[in-house]
Design a protein around this ligand. Structure first.
Ligand code: DGL
Length: 256
């Protein structure tokens, strides 16, 4: 059991930002990554569809023998993690927009959240916001269109810049001092986002927190790997070009 893999899934390459954090913190762990990019993006899909896709991904990873599953997608987590925990008998780690740390650090009392429509409209996101940020102003924007471009391997250029200006300029004018990236795809845009934001605005994402939570769950469940070095497998069901690009062509990718 201990040397069974950790499963990670996302609607595409977004979860690679999480894979990188987990690999760094837990180098002995074997990992299976599944990109459901045939069904990408999840962000505008109805909740029932997101739940069904998340269920199928978890079932597939379970059949591959995973000991723990990381839902490396804010949209899937906020709309389906309680379902997954009810239906499957193994530990799950999810990812949610990092509202709490941003709310604790803000000086202007205003934070921006860029996430998908599915995440922003979820009851889990709204509960977390009410719990941790009731006394600050959250300026939310749905990053419509960004995931599609990122999945096509476009991380910079005029199209990305125009969309980001459309979403971020309003937040900047509102004087946010923290921008929460509430979608695991968005860290691929960090270079352009940093160019648009004033220096006073700090970018926050949840990648490292997810890796720490994964470690804690492995320890609590006594299922830490004792391999010398983790082995990594990557699966996808759509196109492989962008996944290959972000992995620097270093791994063999398998189509399912
Ligand atoms: N990476 C997913 C997230 O964190 C992307 C959502 C999508 O596929 O639209 O929300």
């Amino acid at each position: 059991m201990n040397n069974s893999p950790i499963g990670i899934f996302d609607s595409g390459i977004g979860g690679i930002t999480i894979f990188n954090s987990i690999k760094k913190l837990l180098p002995k762990e074997n990992i299976i990554y599944f990109s459901d990019n045939l069904n990408s993006p999840y962000g505008n899909k109805p909740i029932e569809t997101i739940q069904k896709l998340s269920y199928n991904n978890a079932q597939w990873l379970l059949e591959k023998g995973c000991k723990l599953i990381v839902v490396a997608c804010n949209t899937a987590t906020t709309n389906s993690i309680s379902n997954l925990r009810d239906k499957f008998n193994l530990p799950f780690v999810g990812i949610e927009p990092a509202i709490k740390p941003a709310a604790m650090k803000t000086k202007t009392g205003k934070i921006g959240v860029l996430a998908t429509k599915g995440t922003l409209s979820s009851s889990l996101f709204n509960l977390t916001s009410a719990d941790h940020a009731s006394n600050i102003e959250i300026i939310e924007k749905n990053g419509d269109g960004l995931v599609k471009l990122i999945e096509n391997g476009i991380f910079e250029g005029i199209e990305i810049e125009n969309l980001l200006h459309e979403y971020l300029d309003f937040m900047i004018n509102k004087k946010i001092d923290h921008l929460v990236l509430g979608c695991t795809h968005y860290p691929f845009l960090n270079k352009v986002i940093s160019k648009i934001l004033p220096n006073s605005v700090k970018i926050i994402d949840s990648g490292e927190a997810v890796a720490r939570q994964t470690k804690a769950l492995l320890i609590n469940n006594k299922i830490e790997s004792n391999c010398k070095q983790g082995h990594y497998s990557f699966y996808y069901n759509g196109d492989s070009a962008t996944l290959n690009k972000v992995l620097n062509h270093k791994f063999e990718l398998k189509r399912i």
